[in-house]
Structure formats: structure tokens, C-alpha cells
Design a binder for this molecule. Structure first.
Ligand code: ACO
Ligand code: LMR
Length: 264
């Protein structure tokens, strides 16, 4: 029989050996002919399957809503400073991307992990939040620098509206909303933020679509796919900020002395 030489790489998501590249077995021409969008491409390359339209539309809405949030946030600030230091596009982009993490934009996976665990174990919002407090862990997906109970994040409302209208079940999101109701009773800044909204709603997407086994959902949550949505989305804005600074021919940035507290 045939003897297969051992390979150094295993790959299961795409194949470029034929006439045209395929994403999870789907040829590019078919993607274009069917009029599919970036949500479908993400669905093929990340989840290795074609998800229903409402799921891929939800992914696209996440990408659109997280594409940018003005020049003052951590990521854009880094990108702007880097572009003004004369660095190239890739350097300016990654400089901004490197700020994405547990406090900024990268709390989606942890929000999904903690909300799933708490909901599946039947914890009340009170039990969940107080247990987190005891452990000294901030609830991922809760809290915002400028959003408040009386000034909600429009992105969260839009995602919730879409899911309530299109998802078969929004049980994890409703749980996150109950957690928010409890945290808001403690402080006005402890709103459900966009990371928490995406984290909880993606759990609903995974569980409600009927396209994933329980083990697959656990693996997605454990590996942590969901911060990828913010990374991908915000790259759009960070690239825009780089072009903006170059177009405006902005000089080297230096932070003003007056804005630093020099102290011993
Ligand atoms: N859970 C519990 N308590 C919290 C939380 C939270 N998620 N966030 C703030 N608090 C409370 C704490 O008591 C905190 O006091 P502490 O410093 O003694 O812990 C108090 O509120 C004040 O917190 P600040 O540090 O002033 O809040 P800040 O405005 O700096 O933080 C932040 C905003 C970083 C988003 C914070 O709420 C947080 O860490 N949230 C969890 C991570 C998260 O979801 N990040 C994503 C944000 S959305 C985005 O970036 C796109
Ligand atoms: C963002 O999406 O960048 C914001 O939610 C963060 C912020 O501080 O406004």
C-alpha cells in the first residue's frame, strides 16, 4: 500500500491545492455566487461549518458595532501615538491591538466562561456576584469607564434587540441582564458592557442554533474564540486611525508635563 510521509503540520480549515481555495470545504466561487458575507467566512474558518443566516448576521453586527469607539480608548490611543511616531501600518495596528485584554475589549471569553458556569450551576445573580467579590475577581462583561445605568451602551441595546427578535433562546443574555440589575443596584457604572453582551449572546447562539454539540460549545468557550470578534472588529478602526494620522500629517506625540503628577 501507499506509505504516507509524516507531516509537520495538520490543517483542517482551508485548502488551496485545487483550482481555487476552499474554506471548510466550500469553494470561494460558491461563497461569492451565493452572495455570502464576512459572517459566513468567519463561520467557515473559525467554526468549520455554515451557520444559519441569523447567526452570521449577528457575527457581522458584532464586527460592525465594535469596529471603533473614538480616538480616546486604549487601542486607538496606542495606534495614534505609534502612527505619529512615524511607524508603518502594521506597527501602528498591532500597537493598538496589544491593549486588547481583560480590561479593554478582551473580556468576552471570560464573560462567556463565568456567565455559563454560573447559569449552568443555577447560581442566582446575587450568589454569583458575591462569590466573585469574595474571590477578588471583577465580573468580566460588567462595568464601563463612561457608560452608566442612565446612559446605556447603544451597542448592547442593538445586540440585545437583534437577539430577542432572531434567536430561539436568549437565556444566557437574560441571566447577564439579571446580573447587571444586581450590580447596578451596587453602583451606577456596573452596566453590562459590550464584551458581556457579546459573551452571553454568543453562548445563546452556540446553544440555540442546534449546530454544536455540548462538547463543542465547551471547547469553544475553553479555547476562547470570542475575543477574536473584538480583535477583528477593532482592527478596522485601528487601521482607520493610522490612515487618519498620516493624512493629517500629525507630528510626534509627546504627552504634556501638566498632565503628569510628578511625585515621589
Ligand atoms: N465587577 C465588580 N466590580 C467592579 C467591576 C466589575 N466588573 N468593575 C468595576 N467594579 C467596581 C469595583 O468595586 C471597583 O473598585 P476596585 O478598584 O476596588 O475594584 C469600582 O467599581 C471602581 O472601578 P474603577 O476601577 O473605577 O472602574 P473603571 O472605570 O476603571 O473600570 C472597567 C472599567 C476596566 C471596564 C471595569 O469595570 C472592569 O474591569 N470590568 C471587567 C472587565 C470588562 O468587562 N472589560 C470590558 C469593558 S468594555 C470594552 O472594553 C469594550
Ligand atoms: C470601546 O469599545 O473601545 C469602549 O467600550 C471602551 C471605552 O472605554 O469607551
Amino acid at each position: 500500500g501507499k506509505v504516507r510521509a509524516p507531516t509537520h503540520i495538520i490543517s483542517t480549515i482551508s485548502d488551496d491545492r485545487g483550482e481555487e481555495p476552499c474554506y471548510a470545504g466550500v469553494p470561494m466561487s460558491s461563497i461569492v455566487e451565493q452572495g455570502l458575507g464576512v459572517g459566513d467566512v468567519i463561520s467557515l474558518l473559525w467554526f468549520k461549518r455554515s451557520l444559519p443566516r441569523y447567526c452570521t448576521k449577528f457575527i457581522e453586527i458584532c464586527i460592525m458595532l465594535c469596529a471603533d469607539h473614538g480616538p480616546c480608548v486604549s487601542g486607538a490611543h496606542n495606534t495614534i501615538v505609534t502612527a505619529r511616531a512615524g511607524k508603518d501600518l502594521v506597527s501602528s495596528l498591532v500597537s493598538g491591538l496589544l491593549t486588547i485584554g481583560p480590561r479593554f475589549g478582551g473580556a468576552i471569553d471570560d464573560a462567556a466562561r463565568y456567565f455559563k458556569d454560573a447559569y449552568d450551576r443555577g447560581l442566582t445573580p446575587y450568589e454569583f456576584v458575591e462569590a466573585m467579590k469574595k474571590k477578588g475577581i471583577r465580573v468580566p462583561g460588567i462595568g464601563h469607564r463612561i457608560k452608566r445605568g442612565d446612559n446605556r451602551d447603544k451597542r448592547v441595546e442593538l445586540l440585545q434587540l437583534f437577539a430577542r427578535t432572531n434567536f430561539p433562546s436568549v437565556k444566557y443574555m437574560e441571566y447577564a441582564v439579571q446580573v447587571e440589575t444586581y450590580t447596578l443596584s451596587k453602583a451606577n457604572n456596573l452596566v453590562l458592557n459590550v464584551d458581556g453582551a457579546i459573551g452571553s449572546l454568543f453562548l445563546d447562539l452556540l446553544a440555540g442554533s442546534g449546530m454544536f454539540t455540548k462538547q463543542e460549545i465547551d471547547e469553544i468557550v475553553e479555547i476562547g474564540y470570542l475575543n477574536g470578534l473584538f480583535v477583528l472588529a477593532r482592527s478596522i478602526g485601528l487601521i482607520g486611525h493610522t490612515f487618519d494620522q498620516k493624512r493629517l500629517k500629525q507630528p510626534l506625540y509627546r504627552h504634556p508635563w501638566e498632565d503628569v503628577l510628578y511625585t515621589k
